[in-house]
Design a protein around this ligand. Structure first.
Ligand SMILES: Nc1ncnc2c1ncn2[C@@H]1O[C@H](COP(=O)(O)OS(=O)(=O)O)[C@@H](OP(=O)(O)O)[C@H]1O
Ligand SMILES: Nc1ncnc2c1ncn2[C@@H]1O[C@H](COP(=O)(O)OP(=O)(O)O)[C@@H](O)[C@H]1O
Length: 242
């Protein structure tokens, strides 16, 4: 290994041990344009971002929408919180089975505010890439912090155009989510067995400008709610008639 300092490092700087790597990373334009991919697919790439409390219905509605999209011949994909936390955003305990403890602690994610920030940053970057590939990208994450969601919006729209990011607020009251408690997590959180549980011992910042606001109403089915989003995708010309 060379002992010479890199060209962009001033040996007298306090930061001399930390060269600015970003100066050595240069963007490479893709040969195949996004427009060309979208034209083939007869749709615009976008991110449909579901946010809301655990148990509000994000996964159920997103899966129903995904099914409807595929049925119509659209190219869609779905990223879901619980599933992504098995891989890309796995907790330290999972990483420790394959990596050393230092690695697991450094890159594994839990539910502190900063870990959720990194979780949403990673997922935001992935959804941006998928939208750039022309896919209708469905993302279902609690994503309780407004600033984290707004950052994803910026990343996605900077790579494409305004309107590529649709925030869907699944606005189901906490009491209803607690009653549903499909995974028994509220019971555990109330018993103090899960720390930082959104809505119980951690905050949820509701969207102020969601493109689609799914307000809870008794008798409204997941298919009704997915259908409302599908209608909006057509109205916004994200999906062309085929
Ligand atoms: N402390 C705490 N708070 C909230 N949720 C918790 C927590 N611990 C585990 N779980 C389970 O993890 C799922 C949420 O993961 P996300 O990646 O969507 O969370 S976040 O966006 O980073 O806030 C969430 O999934 P959903 O119930 O589908 O929302 C829960 O099953
Ligand atoms: N209108 C509805 N929309 C979505 N989910 C509903 C609805 N009515 C009842 N449910 C039920 O509520 C639960 C929601 O769980 P889930 O979709 O996993 O929520 P989340 O992904 O937000 O944690 C499921 O058991 C689902 O069957």
């Amino acid at each position: 290994m060379s002992t010479q300092p890199a060209d962009n490092v001033n040996p007298t700087d306090d930061n001399s041990s930390k060269p600015d790597i970003s100066q050595n990373i240069v963007w490479h334009e893709d040969t195949v344009s996004r427009e060309r991919r979208e034209s083939n697919l007869k749709q615009r790439g976008c991110v449909v971002w579901f946010t809301g409390l655990s148990g509000c219905g994000k996964s159920t509605i997103a899966n129903e929408l995904d099914r409807m999209l595929v049925e119509q011949g659209a190219a869609s994909t779905l990223l879901d919180g619980d599933n992504v936390r098995h891989g890309l955003c796995a907790p330290p305990s999972v990483l420790a089975t394959e990596h050393d403890d230092e690695f697991a602690e450094r890159f594994g994610l839990g539910f502190s505010a900063v870990d959720r920030e990194e979780n949403i940053r990673r997922i935001g970057a992935v959804t941006g890439l998928m939208a750039s590939a022309g896919l209708v990208t469905l993302a279902a994450f609690v994503s309780p912090y407004r600033r984290d969601r707004d950052r994803v919006r910026q990343v996605v729209e900077a790579a494409g155009q305004p309107g590529d990011f649709l925030e869907v607020f699944v606005d189901t009251p906490l009491e209803v989510c607690q009653q549903r408690d499909p995974k028994g997590l509220y019971k555990k959180a109330i018993a103090g067995e899960i720390k930082n549980f959104t809505g119980i011992s951690d905050p949820y910042e509701a969207p102020q400008k969601a493109e689609i606001h799914l307000k809870f109403a008794a008798g409204m089915t997941p298919a009704d709610q997915a259908g409302e989003i599908l209608k909006q995708l057509h109205e916004r010309k994200i999906l062309q008639s085929r």
